[in-house]
Design a protein around this ligand. Sequence first.
Ligand code: PGA
Length: 256
Amino acid sequence: MRNFLIAGNWKMNKGPASTRELLDNLTNEVTEAPDKVEILVCPPAISVTSALSAVEGTDIKVGVQHVSYEDDGALTGEISTGMVLETDATHVIVGHSERRQYFGETDATVNKRVKKILEDDLVPIICVGESLEQRQKDQHHRVVLNQIKAALNGLEADAVSSVVIAYEPVWAIGTGETATPEQAQEMHELIRDDLADKFGEEVSDSVQIVYGGSMKPHNAEELLSQTDVDGGLIGGASLKADSFSDIISVAAKLAG
Ligand code: PGA
């Protein structure tokens, strides 16, 4: 069976010094990942080396929040997969709704990024999710399946088996409003069935599909106990060591 992935998306929070402080607090509580649970933190790129040194000797993995799909060149402000590979970071968040909303990320650029990330043996965490308006118009199934179709366009089943998908309903991100466990399970199952149709059962069984959108210690158990919810992409609650480690404990309990 799949491992849980408990991943923190720190967004634009924590420079190198405050990263060290947060991770020193976290590693006071957790150093070994519980059986069948993976722990990941994704700080801003400037803090990645600080994060890696703070988690050295623990099972906590480090990822980044964005990369270019180009190798190098005149692209002020961007970072490349090659730069990520010079560190020990493992995962890259792609297509987050904030990138789609504020930085011109489209389904086509998500696809280019996913290909580049996989080519360089990093793990993409592909974010998909509908807006409130789309859900109210009952378009959420179609929207999410289209985002996934575009993100995985041109990939072989083998490659698809190493992606992570994050279902993040836009209306639940940073709002304190969470999808109900039934809503989350319904969407995760839809995604898994779609992967099975296109890439086969084996692939669909192996892909981690995590939930994101106001996951907190108090609602983690009901979300993580759903059959097709394999973890969380956690924003706000990952910025405090105690709330993040509480969610890790919930995953540990359910995995055990
Ligand atoms: P949130 O963010 O937990 O603060 O809602 C989740 C995300 O955007 O990945």
